[in-house]
Design a protein around this ligand. Structure first.
Ligand SMILES: Cc1ncc(COP(=O)(O)O)c(C=O)c1O
Length: 447
């Protein structure tokens, strides 16, 4: 680690100088606090990003397997999006009136996700917040249910942890507005008995979940889990909101289309505008019917859903171009085999070195974890965490021209990633593992 940190500092002088300067005007030296979470002693500052690559101010180019933590999941500045955005910028950015593109996007999202009515937002957080409000309104219930270890953006009700069966604020959560036990029930993913017990009171407005969890490592649903989740929510009159922000890595219609899920509401964000702030939420005929009277009657802008810039002409034009040209079946036909290649390479090394590690796959996404088998819920996932090892692997990769998402070992393949890029990662991973398992490291550990 010391060698890697020294190497990082020696090769990133310009980022260091900029970071030092930034500290006097930006809180913690970056424009958004998560940006200091990278493995180096300071963040790298970027000059540009294109396709599957980013270049920093010290002129290093990286194979980007983080892809803006999915905001650029389908590549940086893809040409069709750039062209559409430039065209729209010239014709008006935000007018508080709809453009025809919005209908194309609504119709396309209906075709992909099977839900008839759509509204737009600028972030997945907001798409989730607005969906929760709709769920509360139509069910006349207050509580929501989420899975322990979830992340749905800075949605107050979902920034929770389950500690000894009690819902508490997530560690590090700044200024929670209220005790989340009042607003939220939480259970572990894949635990149907706990889910049934939590819904049985019939006071839960909605379950908000990712179809496969991606924010505490990847946690896949057990076979028929989704049938049971849908069955229980329907039995107890609870709406099901599926957050596809990350799981759109499974195909053009996300996990929902790939596994034929039938949620009441779907939320989308981050990559849906190709990197331009854009998000969307789709609702069923029944939810629309139950919510409509209030939305129509509301003569002011105080409904709590929507915002001045939501659905603005620029973000809608970006969504149209992204859906039409970028998040396509053809793109997935390139991405999935490369994710296979990436996963197979890592798995072979893990097996050859007899490491007690595993990999998990989810569409064009792969993650490695430090336990012999994939966790079934966040509690198991937490038990496998090894922050020191995590940091070392990330820094090791960074120093060899690879960006991994800082929060976990997530690797994403974009339509622009090549087999050569995958090999760069496989080679660095192999080198790292070889060093870690070399007799000299083993000896050092003994002492
Ligand atoms: C599943 C999921 N939903 C929602 C969000 C929130 O996205 P944003 O920060 O763009 O609002 C995230 C962010 O990582 C996420 O992982």
């Amino acid at each position: 680690m010391q060698r890697e940190e020294k190497n990082f500092i020696e090769t990133h002088p310009r980022s260091k100088a900029i970071f030092e300067r930034a500290k006097s005007s930006l809180l913690v030296g970056v424009p958004m606090n998560w940006m200091i979470r990278w493995a180096g002693p300071y963040p790298i500052f970027l000059k540009e990003a294109k396709g599957a690559y980013v270049t920093d101010v010290d002129e290093h180019q990286y194979v980007d397997l983080c892809l803006g933590d999915t905001g650029a999941m389908f590549g940086h500045s893809p040409k069709p999006v750039v062209d559409a955005v430039v065209r729209q910028v010239r014709r008006g950015i935000t007018m508080m009136l709809p453009t025809e593109d919005s209908i194309w996007v609504g119709e396309e999202l209906e075709r992909r996700f099977g839900l008839p009515y759509w509204q737009f937002a600028l972030t997945a957080t907001d798409a989730n917040r607005f969906s929760i409000r709709l769920a509360r309104d139509v069910t006349k219930r207050n509580k929501i249910l989420v899975f322990n270890g979830c992340y749905h953006g800075s949605v107050d009700e979902a920034l929770i942890s389950l500690k000894g069966g009690i819902v508490v604020p997530r560690e590090g959560n700044i200024g929670p507005p209220t005790d989340p036990a009042i607003t939220t029930r939480a259970v572990e993913f894949n635990d149907l008995d706990a889910l049934e017990a939590a819904l049985a009171n019939e006071d839960v407005a909605c379950v908000l979940c990712e179809p496969a969890m991606t924010n505490c490592g990847i946690i896949l649903p057990e076979p028929s889990y989704h049938d049971a989740l849908r069955g229980l929510t329907q039995r107890f009159g609870t709406l099901l909101i599926i957050d596809e922000t990350h799981t759109i890595c499974c195909g053009p219609g996300g996990y929902t289309a790939a596994y034929d899920l039938k949620p009441d509401i779907v939320t989308l964000g981050k990559p849906v505008g190709g990197g331009i702030p854009a998000a969307a939420y789709g609702i069923s005929e029944e939810v629309a019917h139950r919510a409509l009277a209030k939305i129509k009657a509301n003569s002011t802008d105080e409904s709590g859903i929507g915002g001045t810039l939501s659905g603005n002409a620029l973000s809608v034009a970006a969504m149209k171009a992204t859906l039409e040209h970028i998040i396509t079946r053809e793109a997935f036909e390139r991405m999935i085999p490369l994710a296979d290649l990436l996963a197979n390479g890592v798995e072979e090394i893990i097996k050859a070195k007899k490491l007690p590690w595993h990999i998990v796959r989810l569409g064009a996404r792969m993650e490695y974890g430090f336990g012999p088998s994939p966790p079934k819920n966040s509690k198991e996932s937490e038990a496998l965490e090894d922050p020191e090892l995590d940091k070392l692997i990330h820094l090791y990769a960074l120093n060899r021209g690879i960006l991994l998402t800082p929060f976990h070992n997530m690797t994403l393949i974009s339509p622009y990633t090549t087999a050569k890029d995958v090999d760069i990662h496989t080679k660095a991973f192999k080198e790292c593992v070889e060093e870690l398992t070399s007799p000299s490291v083993e000896e050092a550990k003994q002492h």
